[in-house]
Ligand binder design. Structure first.
Ligand code: 5BU
Length: 478
């Protein structure tokens, strides 16, 4: 720990974060690659931590990027095979996320440099479990003691740390490297940072210039106040009150199972997305019970019907037939390929019934044609029909108008895609990098061993990413 301080991997002083917040401590573990003796020491300490904990595993995987060389050092020295996890999900589609040799059922140890909330570790865990590996333990050099241990525990991962931040302060204080006043200042800063949920990633410093990616952002509450669209206003209010920007796509074929999921996951979501035409036992009773569950847990219902016909036909599809979607779905969506008539048809009953519509501006599937001018046309159509259109299904922010809400499907922790063209991004990528408001998660929750705990995790990851933005903090990743 003293050497880390010597080599400026841990610094004390006054650091202006991009947000303008003054921080008395700064970590940059990336520098250790420049000091072979320190790399050896860090790797040895991590290995000893695994030995002390008596963990057994078949392979190791470092969380990209800082922990990759550390894991490599341990692998070579201790003769333990290693895997590499790709970080770039977007361009790889269904291609391999994990490189190296392994067999289904192999146990993998995660190696990380610093843990804050644990999201980066969990993304790596998800990639590994997606290919059939078992992950029970993660070893970390420094635990910032900001909830990571608890978040990992929820997912059944034990965190073994070489050092916690409190201990680090004690060591440095004891060695006379910092005075007790500095240590107290850091403890106080971390306590208040925990209260306001400081971003988990590392602050960057480049002369205090504002980060290009950052723009002052309105909160959900402020956006609710700006909205005249009744459904958008209600949804932003729910997102603010429930601290959730998570929509759950409950793609099951049994109405009973759907209702059970709605009741179990309901407390953690702002929106439940359905495909009622896949239900084998749809009934009016199901509708009544779904509405009661939505009321009980305060979420809205979005039927992902993707209307795509002439106005007259979509109007009939919306109000009649077996499903009578307009009677119960607060929100529906539409393709813009038929032109504005599709919106005019739906809005005939949608507006008087105070329903909302999302236009499909982009899709998450590989090779989607909804790009470029098509997407621009969707924004124009939304602006021209804002009494009914409340936002977009998209893969990134399409307009700065804060009254429109952006919802993104194709969200999973650690997944890259499925075999049929679906492509995934993580909650943080969607919310902080791509600036979407609502993350839509289906199989990430449905296929989890513990769907309720996993829904909580997605809620936390999505909302934390939003808070990072709305606090206007910098969270450049390495
Ligand atoms: P998944 O299990 O998280 O992959 O489910 C995604 C859901 O979102 C599923 O119901 C899709 O029909 C839906 N979806 C999508 O994945 N991509 C899109 O571009 C659109 C909808 Br539009």
């Amino acid at each position: 720990m003293l050497k880390l301080h010597e080599h400026d991997a841990v610094k004390f002083g006054s650091f202006t974060l991009k947000s303008g917040i003054e921080s008395p401590i700064y970590f940059d573990l990336r520098v250790i690659v420049s000091f072979p003796d320190l790399m050896r020491e860090v790797s040895a300490q991590l290995w000893q931590a695994t030995q002390r904990a008596g963990i057994s595993f078949d392979v190791m995987c470092g969380v990209p990027y800082t922990a990759l060389p550390i894991a490599t050092c341990i692998s070579v020295k201790e003769n333990v095979p290693m895997l590499i996890r790709r970080k770039e999900a977007k361009d790889y589609g269904t291609k391999k996320m994990i490189e190296g040799n392994f067999a289904k059922g192999d146990t993998c140890l995660i190696v990380e440099d610093v843990v804050t909330s644990g999201t980066s570790v969990l993304e790596t865990v998800q990639s590994l479990t997606n290919v059939g590996m078992v992950v029970k333990d993660a070893v970390v050099l420094l635990d910032r003691e900001q909830g990571g241990r608890q978040n990992l525990e929820v997912k059944g991962i034990n965190l073994h740390s070489v050092c916690g931040i409190s201990e680090l302060l004690d060591i440095l204080c004891g060695a006379g490297r910092i005075d007790s006043e500095t240590a107290a200042k850091v403890r106080q800063f971390l306590a208040s940072a925990n209260e306001v949920k400081v971003p988990q990633s590392k602050p960057c410093e480049d002369g205090g210039q504002p980060c290009k990616k950052q723009k002052k952002m309105l909160t959900y509450q402020q956006r609710a106040a700006l909205c005249t669209h009744p459904v958008a206003k209600r949804l932003f209010t729910i997102m603010h009150e429930k601290r959730s920007n998570l929509a759950f796509s409950v793609d099951v074929t049994s109405a009973t199972q759907l209702l059970q999921f709605a009741d179990d996951i309901g407390p953690y979501i702002c929106l439940l997305k359905t495909h009622v035409d896949i239900l084998e036992d749809f009934s009016q009773d199901f509708v009544t019970r779904l509405q009661a569950t939505a009321k009980k847990h305060n979420f809205l219902i979005f039927e992902d019907r993707k209307f795509a016909d002439i106005g007259q036909t979509v109007l009939k599809q919306y109000i009649s037939g077996l499903y009578r979607i307009c009677d119960w779905a607060h929100i529906v969506n539409a393709h813009i390929v038929p032109g504005p008539g599709v919106i005019h048809g739906l809005s005939k009953v949608g507006v008087p019934k105070e329903r909302g519509c999302l236009l499909i501006g982009q899709m998450s599937s590989q090779g989607s044609l909804a790009t470029g001018e098509y997407t621009t046309a969707a924004v124009k159509m939304a602006e021209e029909n804002s009494n009914f259109v409340m936002g977009f299904i998209c893969q990134g922010s399409l307009t700065d108008d804060p009254r429109f809400i952006h919802m993104a499907p194709g969200v999973q922790l650690g997944g890259s895609g499925d075999q049929l063209g679906q492509q995934y991004n993580s909650p943080a990528q969607m919310v902080t990098e791509k600036r979407v408001d609502v993350i839509i998660v289906g199989r990430g929750i449905l296929n989890a061993e513990d769907p309720v705990a996993t829904a909580k995790l997605y809620q936390h990851a999505g909302f934390e990413a939003y808070e990072n933005l709305s606090n206007n903090l910098c969270f450049c990743t390495i």
